[in-house]
Design a protein around this ligand. Structure first.
Ligand code: SF4
Length: 245
């Protein structure tokens, strides 16, 4: 059992975080998950987008916390392949508590109130309403959340740590896969025959909402919000101002 005092947003101190070795087979991920669930239990929520990093993290989770709480932000604009991946995941891990969180407005209501295809005219606002706010509502109920971020994914993710003080949502964010490469991810998926989003086989390395995701031939997030000058939906950025926090 881990001998650590509570590590909450309000009491966060760097020195309270255990040292995790990235030299293990899972590059520290297993040890981080064991520590995180011993520390937070059901106060830890995994926000999963059901991309390939999710396939790996769900597999590791199933070994550490088979009935973990998993949240999918259902914007109503995902590919049908993503919804199929969720169903395949439920079959593989029947104990996981996977829940979908909907935005307050349907896509039709959003179009009526804010104009059609808001993702083209104001993608930040669209993400705010359909992803950030719904996640914020759920994170207010827990002490920590789990994410499959990898440092290799983009310039905005290069400094992510295993355990992070998340100022946007004012809680602890745990990222077990920070040291995994794209090749590591796929080797693990193949070795364990894990369910994954079939769009990955068709040049979609990163998969979000259908209107904002294009096929690309690079292993990165280049296919997200093409031509919009946007790299993140906002879940992993510090708040720009108080109102947004
Ligand atoms: S990814 Fe695109 S469609 Fe989805 S919430 Fe963000 S802007 Fe809207």
């Amino acid at each position: 059992m881990w001998d650590v005092e509570n590590l909450l947003y309000s009491t966060f101190k760097e020195e309270n975080i255990p040292i995790f070795s990235e030299a293990s087979k899972e590059k520290g991920a297993h040890a981080v998950l064991e520590w995180a669930y011993a520390q937070y239990g059901d106060q830890l929520l995994y926000a999963c987008s059901f991309g390939v990093e999710g396939s790996v993290l769900l597999h590791l989770l199933s070994q550490v916390k088979p009935d973990a709480k998993v949240l999918f932000l259902d914007t109503g604009l995902h590919f049908k392949e993503t919804y199929e991946t969720i169903e395949k995941t439920k079959e593989r891990y029947p104990l996981l508590r996977i829940e979908k969180k909907l935005p307050s407005l349907t896509v039709e209501e959003q179009s009526a109130q804010h104009g059609p295809e808001l993702w083209k005219s104001n993608p930040d606002y669209c993400c705010q309403m359909r992803k950030v706010k719904p996640l914020e509502e759920e994170l207010q109920k827990v002490d920590a959340w789990l994410s499959g971020l990898r440092r290799e994914q983009s310039s905005t993710r290069q400094n992510v740590q295993f355990v992070n003080k998340d100022d946007r949502f004012q809680l602890i964010k745990i990222c077990p896969l920070i040291h995994w490469t794209w090749d590591d991810i796929w080797a693990h998926v193949r070795k364990h025959d894990l369910p994954y989003n079939s769009l990955h086989d068709f040049d979609y390395p990163s998969i979000g909402c259908e209107p904002c995701t294009k096929a690309v031939t690079t292993n990165s997030r280049d296919g997200r919000w093409q031509g919009q000058g946007k790299l993140e939906c906002g879940l992993h950025l510090a708040p720009k101002n108080k109102e947004e926090a």
